[in-house]
Design a protein around this ligand. Structure first.
Ligand code: CDT
Length: 308
């Protein structure tokens, strides 16, 4: 039986001018707080080391490359790995990755408690657009700066638990969770940067966005009988608000912990992975109940085909 205390380390705003070194100090402060609360693992957001740069339109490759990491760990993040090892806490966080052969991904890694990287995921579902869109009040240029992930949705047995990762927009797609669920996943960690209310949106707009995030994370957890930890980068980044709403969800879909601010904030919950077994053996016993002869469209088509 494996029980782990899992913490979500929500990060508040990171301004364009804030250095990676400064952000890593904030991440270490949250790691220390997690250690003081007995955490075994800390989950950080998508693109945790910098501002959410895909909101900025750039053409110059050198200007773009500034936001990418060419190795992990590197000089800026080594102190985080060192502290995690010293505290014996596994970590997972997102960053922009440039590979040695020049490919660009929105990536996350997970470590064991000795700070060894044991898993890597590259974001599959890239939202937004690739060219400057005059119609939009705010740009979301992930399709410009990243290629779709080429690693698929994998799991790793880490610290005795079957873990998988997804990133932000991936959480809105049931396929993400089901592919992980089919590999017996027990913990899905998901960092995100989701735009929040701006001057053109109402408070109801924010309520709806938070609801959709909860709905996606809770449904993914329940329908695959897995713990899910969703962690935000939140707050106002250079005039661009990001919503908070980080949550830890149990395999029944219930929220165990929830962030209440849009700042650096730690949430924590004890996760008894034995609790994943019940759903996997009963209502979501995939082996007994799935009818794959009717699921062909899931992998053979992308858009809607109306034939009637
Ligand atoms: N980072 C990320 O994937 N954000 C998206 C916002 C999409 S709005 C164009 C999300 O699904 O939260």
């Amino acid at each position: 039986m494996t029980v782990m205390k899992i913490a979500g380390a929500q990060l508040g705003a990171i301004q364009k001018a804030e250095s990676r070194e400064s952000v890593v100090k904030r991440m270490i402060a949250l790691l220390d707080e997690a250690a003081s609360k007995g955490a075994d693992m800390v989950v950080y957001p998508e693109l945790a080391l910098t501002t959410f740069f895909p909101r900025w339109y750039m053409e110059d490759q050198a200007e773009i490359d500034v936001w990418f990491e060419t190795e992990m760990p590197n000089a800026a993040t080594q102190p985080l790995f060192d502290r995690a090892r010293a505290l014996s806490i596994a970590i997972t966080f997102g960053y922009a990755e440039k590979t040695p052969d020049g490919h660009y991904f929105n990536t996350s890694i997970v470590t064991d408690r000795q700070a060894n990287i044991v898993g890597k995921y590259r974001k599959v579902h890239l939202p937004g657009h690739s060219e400057y869109d005059m119609e939009r009040a705010f740009q979301h240029l992930e399709k410009r700066y990243f290629e779709p992930g080429d690693l698929g949705f994998n799991v790793w047995r880490n610290e005795g638990v079957i873990m998988g990762m997804a990133i932000c927009n991936d959480r809105r797609w049931p396929e993400t969770f089901r592919v992980l669920g089919l590999q017996g996943v027990e913990l899905v960690t998901i960092g995100y940067n989701t735009p929040s209310v701006n001057s053109q949106m109402s408070a109801e707009g924010l309520e709806k966005r938070l609801f959709h995030s909860d709905l996606s994370l809770q449904a993914g957890a329940y329908q695959n009988s897995t713990y899910v930890v969703g962690v935000a980068k939140a707050g106002n980044e250079d005039g661009h608000p990001l919503m908070g709403g980080s949550i830890i969800v149990d395999p029944d879909g219930f929220v165990l912990a929830r962030a209440v601010t849009e700042e650096d904030e730690l949430i924590i919950a004890e996760c008894d992975f034995e609790k994943c077994a019940f759903g996997k053996k009963t209502i979501f016993d995939f082996e007994r109940h799935r009818r794959i002869e009717h699921y062909g469209r899931i992998t053979s088509q992308t858009g809607v085909i109306v034939e009637v």
